[in-house]
Design a binder for this molecule. Sequence first.
Ligand SMILES: [Zn+2]
Length: 310
Amino acid sequence: MSSPPIASLTESNTLEFPDNHTKTSASLSDSTNKVNEPLQNLHLASHEVLERAQRAGRSKCSKCSGSRMFYCYTCCSLVGVSQEEIPKVKLPLKIDIIKHPNETDGKSTAVHAKLIAPDDVSIYTYPCIPEYEDERHEVVLVFPGPDSVTVEDITNRLLRLADRDSPCLQDHHRSAEEPAPKRMKQDTTAEDGEVPSPKKEAKQGRHKHLLKRVVFIDSTWNQTNKIVTDERLQALLQVELKTRKTCFWRHQKGSPETYLSTIEAIYYFLIDFHQQCLSEEYHGEYDNLLFFYSYMYKLINKAKHAAGKL
Ligand SMILES: [Zn+2]
């Protein structure tokens, strides 16, 4: 693909999924965006493959035989399109998505992340989640709360956690007047120069960062709290994203319009991480995470136009 066409989407204030679900006011008006229209100016691969698949209609998932379009949200596999035909994105860190068991799979956008970044994304169904206890100096949970920090603060906060948790790092940051025990010194050198590097690299904006894994919760507004209070997640540093309005057409009743769909949250987190933690300019590297999302958004708008509702 030489120069991927830019998705041209119509502006919308109210969205409605044609066959079900509720209306929402959804207009992305983040001042940091180049334009006020949502999902504009993305560097996306051609949607031609999805247009073709849509013309062909639904087909059966080879694993569960469910009737699906583009992908099977139950099996997390492509249907009617092949892996080679859709873009693949390499992420600068690993992403764990924890799904609420009651969440209706078909409504979730978590599967988009797994399909587009298969090497870096894992999906878990609560309560089966990984143990993060020994990794809390390199894992964060994206969830707004009283103790949450900004993406910009992640580097400093993780360094502090690492200082507290790891004897090696403690040793490294120990003040000069307090000589470290010999054994710890050996541990430090045995780490192959790994210990001092994260801070330096984070500051120099190289492609390496202290942060290795980000946890997202894929759940309705109401169910999220049950997961986030799980003690296995309680120990993790919580990160809050900048306020952005959702473009999601399946707006959840009672949730604020700043409650992003999972794929939006992942996408915006990565942009902030790229700019603020890796200190690099963003050139659309992760835009294809919205490959399916932007196409479906476009479809919804078309349907609205056809119905004379826009
Ligand atoms: Zn399936």
